[in-house]
Design a protein around this ligand. Structure first.
Ligand code: C2O
Length: 549
């Protein structure tokens, strides 16, 4: 591989959407941010300089960061934030990954405007294991807020209530014609008949899983989270925040005399408020120059998306995702397990202070989210530095529960669960441990799908189901042959998911719900993976420009 240099200047930029102009935090004044294009095996040196008043850090979502955890980016986990006027060079090598990933800010809600694609091409001379596309097009879904998202989440945390929802979904930063005052801000994909396009889909929305479809066209999924899958055709995709997917779009063989909407809107099973509006972009066929096609008004076709809470669509769709599991791209699923964990994930409430009025589900409660009843508290210094220097005292404890202390019927009538406590607790894993983790949704405030993202690893999704996980019956149904490999998985609404991974990457690795509001409420934790004995099994020493808190 080669070394590629990027300069990312964090600065303010005026952007107008929905007839509202506001100053947003951006990279290089771009919204969405600049693309990173690299090949498998390349080294990236990305110099990030902070010219705004906010602290910031950037995360390279899905990049494995083998032994380079200092470049991972989550603030207060792998690094202290980059302060105003300071720079930090993210230095990492892309090992064994090709496909689409993305980068985003990883502190408070700054990622609402600070995000962009990472395109990883295969090694020079290595073809895709599918039809060579005529063109490749990144398509990033996001959310636009007329107000300042930083103020929205601060307010929500103070009052204990739910935050205001976004004003629009976007495709490549554009809300499209179904919103007021937005027709001119529409993403258009111009295509030629009879070609194959590779769409690189990224869900960068803050708080919503999305369905996506293009009217009258079938999509072939060839990759998720920068890992090839067995190709399959679908009219509609489900993509959660944090997930990426490459899909092939074959255009019609003849000029169709029509345009086609591509639309996205939420898959939402929780009880909270959310924006159920629709973003639309347009697939526009180039008219052949010497054609007899009529010049009259073009037809416009619109896709039909599944119902907002269509959990069976979600389960069927995710069940179809399978690793290639070929000689060239094997599925190295851990077969023997060293460490087993059972995590409950879900929302709950805590009592409001007696002299306060709160805006949680009632005016005496605040929203809270937790894993195994631990609502994670961010430290004020970076866990990775603390771990590396051996000074964990007073910063974190290593007693994160491996299973819930008081098991209950997780998916029955909402159980009264009042055992949540705050803490900065981690799990410590020996180097190369093979890990199985069951994540169980709890329905304390209603069943809800939670896209859980693990930093530093890909994992295999070996099983999923509805109801309570049954440790006596469900493991027999696990797929240990060709399960999909990814970095973000939806814990099914009212159900569970089982993942396996090999802890071959020493460092401190964040795991959290990629619905930003749930992360803010505490649905997050961290794993520490210890060094191995060999020199190439150890975390590299910290770079000299690592920010200080
Ligand atoms: Cu895409 Cu911890 O995040």
């Amino acid at each position: 591989g080669i070394t590629r240099h990027y300069n990312f200047d964090i600065k303010l930029q005026n952007v107008t959407r929905l007839c509202t102009t506001k100053s947003i935090v951006s990279v290089n004044g771009k919204f969405p941010g600049p693309r990173i294009v690299a090949r498998e095996g390349d080294r990236l040196l990305i110099r990030v300089t902070n010219h705004v008043q906010n602290n910031i850090s950037l995360h390279w979502h899905g990049i494995r960061q083998l032994r380079s955890g200092w470049a991972d980016g989550p603030a207060y986990i792998s690094q202290c934030p980059i302060q105003t006027g300071q720079s930090y060079v993210y230095n990492f090598t892309i090992v064994g990954q090709r496909g689409t990933l993305w980068w985003h800010a990883h502190l408070t809600w700054l990622r609402s405007t600070v995000y962009g694609p990472i395109i990883i091409l295969p090694n020079q001379g290595t073809p895709y294991p599918f039809t060579k596309p005529y063109k490749e097009v990144p398509i990033i879904f996001g959310e636009w807020f007329n107000a300042d998202p930083e103020a929205i989440i601060q307010q929500a945390l103070q009052t204990g209530g739910g935050p205001n929802v976004s004003d629009a979904y976007t495709i490549n930063g554009l809300p499209g014609p179904l919103y007021n005052c937005s027709a001119k801000d529409t993403f258009k994909l111009k295509v030629t008949p009879g070609k194959t396009y590779l769409l690189r889909l990224i869900n960068a929305a803050l708080n919503d899983e999305l369905f996506f479809s293009i009217a009258n066209h079938t999509l072939t999924i060839v990759d998720v989270d920068a890992v090839y899958v067995k190709p399959f055709e679908t009219e509609t995709l489900l993509i959660t925040p944090g997930q990426t997917s490459n899909v092939l779009l074959k255009t019609k063989s003849h000029y169709p005399n029509a345009n086609f909407f591509m639309t996205a809107r939420p898959y939402a099973t929780g009880q909270g408020t959310f924006d159920n509006s629709t973003v639309a972009g347009i697939l526009e066929y180039e008219k052949p120059s010497h054609s007899s096609v009529s010049t009259g008004k073009l037809l416009l076709f619109k896709p039909i998306l599944p119902a907002l809470n269509d959990t069976s669509f979600a389960a069927n769709f995710t069940n179809k995702l399978r690793s290639l599991a070929s000689a060239q791209f094997p599925a190295n699923v851990p077969q023997k397990i060293d460490k087993q964990f059972f995590f409950t994930v879900g929302l709950g409430t805590i009592p409001c202070q007696s002299n306060q009025t709160c805006q949680g589900p009632t005016n005496t409660t605040k929203f809270q989210a937790s894993i195994n009843n631990v609502s994670f508290v961010m430290p004020t210094t970076a866990l990775l530095q603390t771990h590396y220097s051996g000074q964990s005292n007073g910063v974190y404890t290593t007693d994160f529960p491996i299973s819930p202390k008081n098991p209950f019927n997780y998916t029955g009538t909402p159980p009264n669960n009042t055992n949540v406590s705050n803490g900065t607790k981690v799990v410590v894993l020996p180097f190369n441990a093979s890990v199985e983790l069951i994540m169980q949704d709890t329905s304390i405030l209603g069943a809800e799908s939670h896209p859980l993202h693990l930093h530093g690893f890909n994992f295999y999704v070996v099983g999923q189901g509805f109801g309570n996980y049954d440790k006596n019956k469900d493991p027999a149904k696990f797929n240990l042959i060709d399960p999909v490999e990814r970095n973000t998985v939806g814990v099914p609404s009212g159900g569970w998911v089982a993942i396996r991974f090999l802890a071959d990457n020493p460092g401190v690795w964040f795991m959290h719900c990629h619905l930003e509001v749930h992360t803010s409420w505490g649905l997050k934790m961290a794993w520490i993976v210890l060094d191995g004995n060999l020199p190439n099994q150890k975390l590299q020493p910290p770079p000299s420009d690592l920010p200080k808190c």
